[in-house]
Design a protein around this ligand. Structure first.
Ligand SMILES: Nc1ncnc2c1ncn2[C@@H]1O[C@H](COP(=O)(O)OP(=O)(O)OP(=O)(O)O)[C@@H](O)[C@H]1O
Length: 323
């Protein structure tokens, strides 16, 4: 069966200008460094990597909230990166984002209902009664009583606020949702509840997720594909319907896996990276493996030639010369 590609990034790059306080000069920071990704309709792809690897920047570009410096993002085969606001408006309801920090994304001068109503009214003309019905329905779908519409976000717990956040993103029934660390600000006990909710909503509405996280533990719960990002590049991609996370081959993915605290010490993946010196030095070159300064298996070739993402088994892609 041929699956429909809903979102595609075509070798996208994003650099920012930053003031270097030490040398008192402006310099370029490459946040995303040539990422080509196809997200199939109904798929949930987990984008994993450490802080600063470019996950959120990639997420914002796929959501059309940021323009790539190079390359393009396609939604249903149509480029969306450089289109006018007028052309983007009808697409906006189809592409939504759930943000990381549930408390700071609300305007506390609005009630929960008013903040959901704002999203609805920005996208369609509805009567007051229709709007109220939509608000009540979506609140119930995210597991909150309709009465929460009258509450102020300040009066809600972190978990309830994140449910409202999800309600705002889903009230227009989008097709594609970028979830940027949706559970990282929550207690461990609440994380599973929100992940279960995201799964249920995905099944109910046939949603497609780009699920950004630095926590590999979340991935098997919500994702059927995993992409590992390092220094703005995808290092490994695994179709979790065909292979498990533990089948990872890239030294960086194995480093991340070795950091997951296992329930039983015997289940812990052995860290093969004892020799790694954790350094923040990332080579600013398009002609080498960006992981080479941290890789114990680094060869001359890794310093001189950038490894491309290659299929090593069905549904399993790795960008590493030694694999
Ligand atoms: N608006 C911006 N202006 C300048 N630099 C930025 C901007 N946004 C991101 N960056 C830089 O781009 C790089 C990637 O940042 P990004 O937030 O995408 O990473 P991340 O993997 O999502 O990190 P985290 O998990 O900490 O959110 C970082 O070096 C960051 O400082």
């Amino acid at each position: 069966m041929v699956m429909e590609v809903l979102v595609e990034t075509q070798n996208i790059r994003k650099s920012y200008e930053k003031q270097n306080l030490f040398i008192k000069k402006r310099e370029q920071v490459s946040a995303v460094n040539g990422v080509s990704l196809k997200i199939q309709k109904g798929c949930s792809i987990g984008l994993v990597g450490e802080s600063g690897s470019g996950k959120s920047t990639l997420g914002r570009m796929t959501a059309g909230l940021e323009t790539p410096t190079e390359g393009d993002v396609l939604f249903r085969g149509r480029p969306i990166s450089n289109i006018s606001l007028r052309k983007m408006r009808p697409l906006r309801r189809n592409i939504q984002m759930i943000f990381q920090n549930s408390s700071s994304v609300f305007d506390t001068s609005y009630t929960v209902g008013e903040s959901i109503a704002e999203v609805i009214k920005n996208s369609e003309q509805v009567s007051k009664t229709e709007c109220l019905e939509k608000i009540e329905t979506i609140l119930e779908q995210v597991g909150l009583d309709a009465l929460y519409a009258q509450r102020n976000p300040k009066e809600l717990s972190g978990g309830q606020r994140q449910r409202v956040n999800i309600a705002r993103a889903l009230v227009l029934h989008p097709e594609f949702v970028v979830c940027d660390e949706p559970v990282s600000s929550l207690d461990y006990s609440l994380r599973k509840q929100i992940l279960t909710l995201l799964n249920d909503l995905r099944n109910k509405f046939g949603l497609t997720y780009l699920f950004i996280t630095h926590d590999l533990n979340c991935v098997p719960y919500v994702c059927d594909m995993m992409a590992i990002m390092y220094a703005g590049k995808i290092m490994e991609q695994i179709d979790l319907k065909k292979k498990s996370m533990q089948d990872a081959l890239h030294p960086y993915t194995n480093l991340l896996l070795s950091c997951i605290p296992a329930k039983m010490p015997s289940e812990r993946k052995k860290c093969t990276m004892e020799s790694i010196i954790d350094t923040t030095v990332i080579p600013d070159s398009r002609h080498c493996c960006r992981f080479f300064p941290r890789c114990p298996y680094c060869t001359e070739r890794c310093i001189n030639e950038e490894p491309l993402l290659k299929e090593v088994a069905s549904g399993h892609f790795v960008a590493c010369h030694i694999v």
